[in-house]
Design a protein around this ligand. Structure first.
Ligand SMILES: [Zn+2]
Length: 195
């Protein structure tokens, strides 16, 4: 027959602010009550498992997530936060790449440690790299403009072809109408038939 006090006693036993007197009472009862003793053994086993589980080192992503949350403010994270981060990712990546190129950054992965070194280039070197970057941008823009111009040219040619075809068709129609008129006038004048 299960002990009616088991649930209550064990809840007390695992409370944080357990009075030593109460603890002694509970332990005395558990010593005499097989039901409570069995229940306690199970709970202790469970807590031991929990403790073992907690002692496992947390995976790295867990710490990164915690850092991220702390930076963003606790409770303020959510889908909107992530979406905002993703929204800015391309621009951030672009700026980062430019920064890496300009500052002559070297990233070395050695023995599980990432080392980032800055070449500390002279201002002239920075100017040179920036000019190169701008030149590449200008080249890309020029290339795009050339493609656009070529497309416009082709479109104009197509329009000319269509117009010429239309004029040719119109001429043919004119000729056909003229022929019909001649035929009608011929038939009418010869008196074979009248319209
Ligand atoms: Zn009991």
């Amino acid at each position: 027959m299960p002990c009616s006090r088991t649930e209550h006693l064990l809840r007390e036993y695992f409370a944080d602010d357990l009075d030593p007197v109460v603890r002694a009472e509970i332990e005395q009862h558990v010593g005499n009550c097989p039901d409570c003793a069995g229940e306690l053994r199970q709970l202790l086993g469970a807590t031991a498992d929990l403790r073992r589980w907690r002692e496992l080192p947390p995976p790295r992503w867990h710490r990164h997530l915690a850092l991220f949350k702390r930076e963003r403010g606790a409770g303020a994270t959510g889908p909107s936060g992530w979406r905002l981060a993703w929204q800015w990712l391309p621009a951030t990546a672009c700026a980062l790449m430019l920064g890496l190129v300009l500052l002559n950054t070297s990233v070395v992965y050695r023995d599980g440690v990432v080392e980032i070194g800055f070449g500390s280039p002279s201002m002239a070197e920075v100017d040179r790299r920036l000019a190169e970057f701008q030149r590449e941008q200008a080249e890309e823009r020029a290339s795009f403009a050339a493609t656009l111009a070529r497309f416009e040219q082709l479109r104009a040619q197509d329009l000319e072809t269509i117009q010429a075809s239309y004029e040719w068709l119109a001429d043919r129609d004119y000729e056909t109408v003229q022929s019909l008129r001649q035929l009608v006038s011929f038939v009418g004048s010869s008196g074979v038939a009248t319209w």
